[in-house]
Design a protein around this ligand. Structure first.
Ligand SMILES: [Zn+2]
Length: 406
């Protein structure tokens, strides 16, 4: 959202009087840009803090990655949830161990607050929807904090509360891996024998405590059993911070129709993930095809440089890029997922959960956060009303943020 251009009506009048058809041609372009600027634009999930911990300066424009402040502003982004993701391999370490999950999350939060301190005129950390609205009104980006992976609380309600007090406003109950108290979509669908499925009693206590605290329960990554347990236990609306539609792309990470309906019935929101493999059911197969065609070259690079070396990754990237570029799904595929949710449950329960900097391949035309306005243009072309476009771009997420976190 940025200030509307007050010169436009006058310029339009002059153009009409002069009968300039060029102005009419340009008008379509200006319409969607102005609409994008008028709407609150919100993103429910990005992983850029992983980069920031490694020294990436969020205030400068970069060629790599999806997110930095200049590109967020170019994309007209107003409210952004920054995910704090700790690697689950350190789950058993004590909370003061520098490698422990809770410690890593605290370092990520601090890193974000440091950025906000350096550029207070551009970005402010917020802990409620009303605070976000104030920051957005002042022309700055509202930065909210989410924690990705229930392992971050290290099986302790005290740690959950400590993370809340430090500013975390959502917790994704699992990541790809299950926790000791909630099973993930990947584990539940793997066919392997699990100790339990869904939420344990402790898992239910986590959800109840989050409801009491005013913290959003995030069901992205969770298995179906966990999902339905959450629906039974949670007294507040829930979000899926970065999940797409199973009916269009049947992968375990996506949401089935009855799950989308349940989120909508309880007033929550589904935020669509931009990853090509979650949007286009043929993408992963096509990608495997490209890798297969270059198997011999990749094997020889691996032998020379080792699989994990940066040199191998750089050369393999160079080798595959032209062909991988060709198989990126078009932007319309992302719009199809938004459209599907709208047709299923109406325009009030869908939004954006890009997963920027956590995913490798985005649809064509969305190379980074600066390209988000293309979504507004595509929704207008699909015949969406301005009111509904504003809801989808950010109004829906902001509504749920306000309702659950104040
Ligand atoms: Zn994720």
């Amino acid at each position: 959202m940025r200030r509307a251009n007050t010169l436009m009506p006058a310029a339009g009048l002059v153009a009409l009087l002069l009968g300039l058809s060029g102005w009419q041609l340009r008008r379509g372009e200006e319409d969607w840009r102005r609409l994008h600027e008028r709407c609150v634009v919100a993103d429910g999930h990005n992983d850029v803090l992983l980069r920031v911990l490694q020294g990436y300066d969020l205030t400068l424009r970069h060629k790599e990655g999806h997110i930095d402040l200049p590109r967020l502003r170019e994309g007209g982004m107003d409210l952004v949830f920054f995910a704090c993701f700790p690697s689950p391999q350190y789950v058993s370490r004590g909370p003061d161990d520098p490698d422990s999950c809770a410690y890593v999350v605290r370092r990520m939060m601090e890193a974000l607050r440091k950025v906000a301190k350096r550029v207070p005129d551009q970005l402010a950390v917020v802990t409620s929807g009303s605070e976000a609205e104030e920051v957005i009104r002042s022309g700055r980006i509202a930065a909210a904090i989410g924690v990705e992976g229930g392992h971050a609380i290290q099986n302790s309600l005290d740690t959950l509360e400590a993370l809340y007090r430090l500013g975390a406003r959502y917790l994704t109950l699992t990541w790809v891996t299950s926790t000791d108290w909630a099973t993930s979509s990947s584990d539940e669908s793997s066919g392997k024998a699990l100790r339990f499925r869904g939420l344990t009693e402790f898992g239910k206590a986590v959800v109840r405590r989050m409801n009491e605290l005013g913290m959003l329960v995030d069901v992205s990554h969770v298995g179906e059993r966990t999902f339905w347990d959450v629906m039974e236990v949670s007294s507040a609306p829930v979000i899926a911070s970065h999940s797409s539609v199973y009916a269009l792309c049947p992968v375990d990470r996506n949401l089935k129709d009855e799950q989308i309906r349940a989120i909508a019935e309880r007033g929550g929101v589904v935020l669509i993930n931009f990853y090509a493999g979650y949007l286009d059911s043929l993408y992963d197969r096509r990608r495997q095809g490209v890798l297969g065609q270059h198997r011999a070259e990749l094997d020889s690079l691996r032998q020379h440089y080792g699989t994990d070396s940066p040199r191998f990754r750089a050369l393999a990237g160079e080798l595959l890029r032209p062909e991988l570029e060709k198989i990126r799904p078009p932007l319309e595929v992302l719009i199809d997922h938004i459209d599907y949710v709208v047709r299923l449950v109406g325009p009030d329960y869908v939004g954006l959960g890009s997963d920027f900097d956590g995913i490798s391949v985005t649809p064509q035309g969305i190379d980074d956060a600066g390209d988000v306005p293309a979504i507004t243009r595509a929704l207008l072309r699909r015949g969406y009303s301005e009111e509904n476009i504003c809801k989808i771009l950010g109004g829906n997420l902001l509504r749920v943020f306000r309702r659950v976190c104040g």
